[in-house]
Write a protein that binds this ligand. Structure first.
Ligand code: TRP
Length: 335
């Protein structure tokens, strides 16, 4: 392992559900890649969280592998961080059980995401859905993480993780590090190509709204051609030009230039040329990632090996915390 600038532990996880968009790439994946050089990172594919809503089993398994391949293709280096599948490390479920006993039903019922999901999946409000934040707390606390990079939608889950850690520590004595939110320097917000005031989402019903990391060049070009702009023909960042602003942000993010430089590059150009150029830039940037992901997926043995080693390394750290927890709560461990 390389020398990290800071010896802090950073924990993050992503669910293997839905197809990732270029918004996820800019907003999350690229940050994971950067953070692995700075911190001791544990990155999980949260398949146990994924099954709190209905999943097709074969698809879940395939997506888990595809996601691992994608992250590696994007620059996650299994030699520099611990990349693993959550369900491969039994300590997550074991710690979640213990944490359940210091978590109150009322506080879980009040969680915003639980209420949203319970409304959206009214036919399947299962215990796992309600317990989701406790499993997430177990993920984080097992690794004694200092930092958890969270977007707004996961803030409340990190807050409850802190509450659970503090409560456990108060009841049983110092056991867990209380993690902090790691606020990532905001990359540009990537919004929908069809409704640029809304976030680009992996679950948008409009197929032209989101560009997926798996899209081929033709698809990407077609989506950008259809992207909503506006009626004047000026290419500039402006609050009253959300569509054009979004395209400039996308261009700058993928080109690795500033938005001002992007504006300059398109001075005097029309929207037609502009959209083509943005599409080309995105397609060209994604092509090598897609090729590498495909290559990795063709070598299942190699991927399996990486994930097995990841799980072993994660389990080693996780077991130390779990042993401490079992001792503190009074579980009989022999002799
Ligand atoms: N719930 C997170 C999401 O959907 C994924 C996740 C699971 C996670 N466990 C985590 C994120 C622990 C951070 C830390 O985005």
């Amino acid at each position: 392992m390389e020398e990290k600038r800071e010896e802090k532990v950073l924990y993050s996880a992503v669910q293997p559900s839905g197809n990732l968009t270029i918004g996820n790439y800019i907003g999350a994946i690229r940050n994971w890649v950067n953070m692995q050089h700075e911190f001791t990172c544990f990155y999980a594919i949260a398949d146990m969280h994924a099954i709190t809503v209905r999943q097709e089993p074969a698809l879940l398994r395939r997506r888990t592998l595809e996601l691992a391949a994608l992250y590696i293709a994007c620059g996650i280096d299994p030699e520099k961080c611990t990349l693993y599948v959550q369900s491969n490390v039994p300590a997550h479920a074991e710690l979640a059980w213990v944490l359940n006993t210091v978590t109150y039903v009322g506080e879980m019922e009040r969680m915003t995401q639980f209420k949203d999901k319970a409304a959206r999946h009214a036919e399947n409000v299962n215990m796992g859905l309600m317990d989701y934040p406790v499993l997430m707390a177990a993920d984080i606390l097992l690794y004694q993480a200092h930092l958890v990079p969270v977007g707004v939608d996961q803030r409340q889950h990190l807050e409850i993780t802190r509450d659970i850690a503090i409560r456990f520590n108060n009841r049983y004595g110092e056991t867990f590090r209380v993690p902090e939110a790691y606020i990532v320097k905001e990359g540009a917000k990537i919004t929908s190509l069809q409704d640029p005031l809304r976030k680009m989402s992996k679950s948008d019903e409009n197929p032209n709204a989101s560009v997926y990391l798996a899209d081929d060049k033709d698809t990407i070009m077609r989506k950008f051609k259809r992207a909503v702009t506006d009626s004047d023909n000026r290419i500039a960042v402006s609050e009253d030009k959300p569509g054009v602003t979004n395209l400039l942000n996308i261009y700058a993010s993928f080109k690795g230039c500033t938005v001002a430089e992007a504006e300059k590059a398109f001075e005097g150009k029309g929207y037609g040329d502009f959209k083509l150029a943005v599409g080309e830039t995105v397609a060209d940037a994604l092509a090598p990632v897609q090729a590498e992901q495909k290559r990795l997926l063709a070598d299942k043995g190699y991927l399996a090996d990486i994930l097995r080693r990841g799980a072993e390394s994660a389990a080693y750290t996780a077991r130390k915390t779990l042993a401490k927890v079992f001792r503190k709560v009074g579980f009989y461990r022999g002799e």
